[in-house]
Design a protein around this ligand. Structure first.
Ligand code: PLP
Length: 447
């Protein structure tokens, strides 16, 4: 398409998207289609000749859209919200238009530098310690997902631990066979997957038992006992994942106490605050991150609750050297003459893939168009809904407020007591989807 053709079709597409945002509530959230429905509607082979725009739009509207699950619908309550919106989408449009692949500073200086800037902005809003900022020893990078952030942290931690053990005379294989990682039975499954990918022996992930007495949060004393027992058995504890807002039960692990234990033993502490973390830019919730100054890495998903479209998973480390030790490679074809000047990151060293999109643009757009005050108001509005829901649940004998509703309200869940169907009025439709789908019973097999 030449620029003028693009302009014409682009305007139509923007209109279509604006209509979608306006009408999304009227679509059934879950499509009524059977597997394979689409292949029965579309051609078997890619079109040999260009297809007319009208036919493409008609296929989109009559064949593809009917099979879409409407995550943007205010009536969508599954999993977690796809929290993006119009501001983020504007950033996405520019990102796609520019098409930069910012794996090195030189491949698009603004891509790298804007990412450093917006992650420093966010770090300040979250009151993260200076060490997590780009001028310190750490810094932030936008990962695609919390799962990638956790894996990246684990790979850095693994390298740190293995370097230490091999320097003490162990072979690489011996070192790897000793490594043990900790989480709770509520920790997201991405922890177990990270262990699988990072080749941590399958029995060496310890999903420690939680229960109602601690709001399903990881007990520091159980963690300390597990570490002591592993040390006694000649193992090397190397990684712990604490969660602020677990997926199944909205539990908040006590980062302050856990971080003292991990620091004492030289264990890498990763704090996964994927869905709840963004709300910690409100000073009244910042205390959930107390102790973060002793963590080694930290992650939130702006693409859940942070009004930013998937994918946008800000990830910070306290000491980037460990990431670089694990992931830095500069083959001949990536070398360039770096200009002198302030330190800027080579972001390919901060992640698993080489290529990366200009994701900072959408985050910059969200932070700029809403402002920190707008974002705080957004979280507080949802938290207000959650408190209202809690009130309604507590007044209705058919329901019982789940423990985490009682403890945390905002990050809480509603557990259905009877078979009566839970209904919510329209004004509660924007409540965090996770609240009504959580259930601590969906846990990792505990030890
Ligand atoms: N951690 C927590 C606490 C989550 O709630 C989720 C998703 O629900 C994840 C990690 C995984 O997120 P992602 O899809 O970004 O990997």
């Amino acid at each position: 398409l030449d620029p003028e053709e693009f302009r014409a079709l682009g305007h139509q597409t923007v209109d279509l998207i604006a209509d979608y945002f306006r009408d999304v509530e009227s679509f059934p959230v879950l499509p009524d289609v059977k597997p394979g429905f689409l292949s029965a509607l579309l051609e078997d082979n890619a079109p040999e000749d260009p297809v007319k725009w009208d036919k493409i739009i008609s296929d989109l509207q009559t064949k593809i859209l009917p099979g879409v699950t409407h995550w943007r619908s205010p009536s969508f309550f599954a999993y977690y919200p796809s929290g993006g919106g119009t501001a983020s989408l504007l950033g996405e449009m520019v990102c796609s238009a520019l098409g930069t692949i910012g794996f090195s500073w030189i491949t698009s200086p603004s891509s790298t530098e804007l990412e450093m800037i917006v992650l420093d902005w966010l770090a300040r809003l979250l009151a993260l310690p200076e060490s997590f900022m780009s001028a310190g020893k750490g810094g932030g990078a936008i990962q695609g997902t919390a799962s990638e952030a956790l894996l990246t942290a684990m790979v850095a931690a693994r390298q740190k631990a293995v370097l230490k053990l091999t320097s003490e005379g162990l072979t690489y294989a011996e070192a790897m066979s000793k490594l043990v990682a900790y989480g709770s039975d509520q920790t997201h499954m991405s922890m177990q997957k990270a262990c699988m990918i990072a080749a941590i022996e399958s029995s060496h992930f310890r999903p420690l038992r939680t229960d109602e007495s601690t709001g399903f949060s990881l007990s520091p004393s159980i963690l300390a006992d597990a570490i002591a027992s592993d040390l006694k058995n000649g193992k090397t504890p190397f990684f712990c994942c604490a969660t602020v807002g677990t997926t199944s039960s909205a539990a908040i692990d006590p980062v302050a106490e856990i971080s003292k234990i991990t620091e004492e033993h030289g264990i890498w502490l990763h704090v996964d605050a994927a869905y709840a973390g963004p709300a910690c830019i409100c000073p009244e919730y910042r205390h959930f991150l107390n102790g973060i100054e002793r963590a080694n890495s930290f992650n939130i998903n702006m693409h859940k609750w942070g009004l930013t479209d998937f994918d946008c998973s800000p990830f910070w480390v306290r000491e980037r050297v460990h990431l670089l030790n694990a992931l830095s490679l500069t083959p001949e074809y990536l070398k360039y003459k770096r200009p002198d000047g302030p330190q800027v990151f080579e972001y390919r060293d901060w992640q698993i893939p080489l290529g990366r999109r200009f994701r900072a643009l959408k985050l910059w757009m969200v932070l700029s168009l809403h402002g920190a005050s707008g974002l705080r108001a957004h979280f507080r509005k949802h938290i207000g809904y959650a408190c209202k829901l809690k009130e309604i649940i507590e007044q209705d004998p058919r329901f019982e407020a789940g423990l985490s509703v009682r403890l945390h309200g905002v990050f809480g869940c509603a557990r259905k007591m009877s078979n009566s169907k839970m209904t919510m009025s329209r004004k509660h439709n924007h409540i965090e989807g996770q609240m009504v789908s959580q259930c601590p019973e969906s846990r990792n097999a505990p030890i």
